[in-house]
Write a protein that binds this ligand. Sequence first.
Ligand code: CA
Length: 221
Amino acid sequence: MANQTLGLSTQLYDYLLSVSLREPEILTKLRQETAQHPMARMQIAPEQGQFMALLVQLIAAKKTLEIGVFTGYSSLAVALALPKDGKVVACDVSEEYTAIARRYWQQAGVDRKIDLHIAPALDTLDGLIAAGEGDSFDFAFIDADKSNYDGYYERALQLVRPGGLIAIDNVLWFGQVADPQVQDNRTKKIRALNQKLHEDERINLSLVPIADGLTLAMKHI
Ligand code: CA
């Protein structure tokens, strides 16, 4: 499962949540509603949402990017952590999934902070770059189709400011990245990006084994 932290026993995972999770009620409701959804495994883990909210506050982010919204858990966690004048530029292709997200953004009173673009994210990101928004985002979260991960990363790297942070989800891919028997296209794309980031001198790097693996890449100052 992607929506809990890999490699922990259920007992230890439950303990971790019992002593650290501070999930706002609105996020709990969204998580419970999304758990009924056939694509529920696309939702991030609650401890990961809390971790990302902490990161956003640590770097005093105001302007953030989200690539892959699904039903909105991560964008809502981030939007709640942003100051009043904070902004999330959110990219997704699904009207159906993001209708759930919109409903919760509204209920939480953060819908004005979130600017949703329903279009292929590569087009939205290229549009932002063409509009001169390079080097202007503080934080970016990449959690969309794995076949385009490298393209999302390259564009996010242009869009975040020096010292800005890119978080990339599912980099451990249910453990399949480490299994040489697994050679499907998505697994290979994630492996290739992980390998590339290891050598990438444009960033400072940490792969955090939270949830399904979250890479943190800080753009060099
Ligand atoms: Ca994910």
